[in-house]
Design a protein around this ligand. Structure first.
Ligand SMILES: C[S@@+](CC[C@H](N)C(=O)[O-])C[C@H]1O[C@@H](n2cnc3c(N)ncnc32)[C@H](O)[C@@H]1O
Length: 197
């Protein structure tokens, strides 16, 4: 898989389990003033978000032409479809909720390649961010790269929190739907409990 691989070419079972994890995290998210889904795919996460926050205006980014056709056909209410690269087009809004279902994201990438992109969200004081991380698949090999002393997921999440805290954010909840993905609910609430079901 690459950064730009379309959701239409991703394992259906992984997509299904990720969506269940997303719904669980969303149940803890407070109502935002606006929702931005950066890697919209075919709108599975956005459709769930609209069920929970029906009155909240939204935007969904996607660059794959076939996914864009599906999104147009779905016609999600009060949701603008923005064709193109979210890394260039997205501007975070204060008090908003942001969904970032990255194909490939790790703490190292957050700290280096995506530092400015993520920092601009935190500087804009977004209400929450639901982010998909894929380091889990190779954590048993790569854990020293992230400064972890063991391959345990909890250790990795602790490293993520150490990086997020100076921005005033932290992982409030997390879900591991399968070995390739962990989803985080990142909020600014100062609550050190890292938990899951
Ligand atoms: C993991 S899928 C998202 C699935 C989505 N959560 C759903 O419910 O359908 C990631 C999607 O992001 C798109 N994508 C990748 N890089 C992008 C970028 N820079 N800007 C916009 N879309 C991008 C891909 O085409 C892919 O469909």
């Amino acid at each position: 898989m690459k950064d730009t691989t379309s959701i239409l070419n991703i394992n259906r079972k992984d997509e299904y389990y990720n969506k269940i994890a997303f719904i669980s995290l969303l149940s803890y998210a407070q109502e935002p003033s606006y929702v931005s889904d950066l890697f919209g795919g075919v709108g599975g996460f956005m459709a769930e978000t609209k069920l929970k926050f029906p009155g909240v205006p939204a935007e969904i980014f996607e660059m794959d032409p076939l996914c864009l056709e599906v999104l147009k056909a779905k016609d999600i209410p009060d949701c603008s479809i923005i064709p193109g690269n979210c890394l260039e087009l997205f501007h975070a809004k204060p008090d908003s909720g942001v969904i970032a279902d990255f194909n490939l994201m790790t703490l190292k990438r957050a700290q280096v390649e995506f530092h400015d992109f993520l920092y601009s969200m935190f500087r804009s004081r977004i209400k929450w961010l639901i982010l998909t991380d894929s380091a889990g698949a190779k954590l048993h090999i790569n854990y020293p790269i992230y400064g972890c002393s063991s391959p345990k997921l909890f250790d990795y999440i602790t490293r993520w929190n150490a990086w997020l805290r100076p921005f005033g954010y932290h992982i409030q909840k997390w879900q591991r739907p399968h070995f390739r993905s962990v989803l985080f609910l990142i909020t600014s609430k100062e609550d050190d409990n890292v938990s899951s079901w």
